[in-house]
Design a protein around this ligand. Structure first.
Ligand SMILES: [Zn+2]
Ligand SMILES: [Zn+2]
Length: 374
């Protein structure tokens, strides 16, 4: 039997190709792909912003059904909520297990995304068997070095495909937490006032996570009014349209909302360099700035290092999330009161992947989901 997969031959060129349906090795499994979200990073890849060894089968936000499973897979993989068997619904962490041997594994084991020996579904070369290394495909091959989570029954069906982006959003918020003494105002805690700059899917999920985790005033900014409306639905208290205001007016407005000092936490979710410098402007002294939007390099911006020094700031990056973050994401999807289903706006068959990539960023488009079984 042949399996159809969307292969990116080079940036801007996607073809549906057929591959022999593989039989999984003893430690692996074959996953039938039921739904897979299109990510902003897929669009960046399509536009040539990501240095990769093409051809690549993109797609890394998967929910699927175990089609066939090797006899040792449950022992060899990190299977969470298992054991798993054929017919089970699962989601798979894009990043593999860590190598355990590289500089970062040995020196910074608490930051597993720095491992230089990881492989990542949806970003790996697909020229060698079993080829199916990404999830925009009818079936995908899950290797023995993977993290696989059995999908809890209590996660509503329609939002299961948000597991991976929710892992990003929960990790961004957790980066704002400071160990130690939250009552003296370090880091994010209950009642903290937060600015979320940029309301694409990640920014909106960050707003939802903040609301559910007890934030105080949440201020959201974006250029598009409908996105700001959505931010309110996710739990933002105040929204500011960046197109209708100057940077100075925004700083002033945010100070008025925060006893004249600025927000405790500013989270950059726009992926635009100038928004990072705006985060430095709107955060209060002793606050934290979280940079999650720049998964790809979109150039530079002017910053005044004096601000970081004078405000005694903590500036934190977010490079994806530890594999165990999927547990946080799945737990969150079971308890959230935010209307996350509103974020899934389009469902398309596999052969319309390019159309879906084009749609990202348009007004009224949040998460576009590919359903290869359609
Ligand atoms: Zn993603
Ligand atoms: Zn490593």
């Amino acid at each position: 039997m042949q399996v159809q997969a969307a292969v990116m031959l080079q940036p801007g060129q996607i073809e549906i190709r057929e591959f022999e349906k593989p039989t999984p090795a003893d430690d692996a499994l074959l996953l039938q792909v039921d739904s897979v979200g299109i990510c902003g990073s897929d669009k960046h890849m399509y536009l040539g912003h990501t240095a990769l060894k093409f051809p690549v089968i993109p797609g890394h936000e998967v929910v699927g059904t175990v089609a066939e499973i090797g006899k040792n897979a449950n022992q060899v993989m990190n299977v969470m909520g298992g054991p798993i068997k054929a017919g089970d619904r699962v989601t798979v962490v894009p990043g593999s297990k860590n190598c355990g041997r590289c500089y970062y594994c040995l020196h910074v084991p608490g930051r597993p995304t720095l491992c230089s020996g990881r492989t990542i579904y949806g970003f790996s070369n697909s020229e060698t068997p079993p080829y199916l290394n990404g999830e925009f495909a009818e079936y995908t091959y899950i290797h023995g070095n993977s993290w696989v989570y059995k999908m809890p029954e209590s996660v509503p069906d329609e939002i299961r495909v948000l597991t991976e982006p929710v892992a990003v959003a929960t990790r961004a918020v957790e980066r704002a937490c400071a160990p130690g003494l939250p009552q003296i105002g370090d880091g994010y805690s209950i009642g903290s006032r937060v600015a979320v700059l940029g309301c694409g899917p990640i920014g909106l999920l960050v707003v939802a996570v903040l609301r559910d985790s007890g934030a105080g005033t949440i201020i959201a900014t974006d250029l598009i009014d409908s996105r700001l409306e959505m931010a309110k639905q996710m739990g933002a208290n105040v929204v500011i349209n960046v197109g209708d205001t100057t940077p100075e007016e925004r700083v002033e407005q945010i100070q008025e909302l925060t006893n004249g000092v600025g927000v405790d936490i500013a989270i950059e979710c726009a992926g635009l360099p100038a928004v990072f410098s705006e985060a430095l402007d709107v955060v209060r002294r002793g606050g934290k700035v979280i940079e999650v939007g720049h998964y790809t390099d979109s150039g530079d911006t002017q910053v005044r290092p004096h601000q970081i020094c004078n405000k005694d700031l903590d500036v934190c990056g977010v490079w994806a999330y530890p594999q165990i973050q999927f547990q946080t994401a799945l737990d969150y999807l079971q308890i959230t009161r935010a209307p996350l289903h509103e974020l899934i706006t389009h469902h398309l068959p596999l052969h319309q992947l390019e159309k879906g990539i084009d749609m990202l960023g348009q007004e009224g488009v949040y998460k576009v989901v590919i359903e290869p079984q359609l």
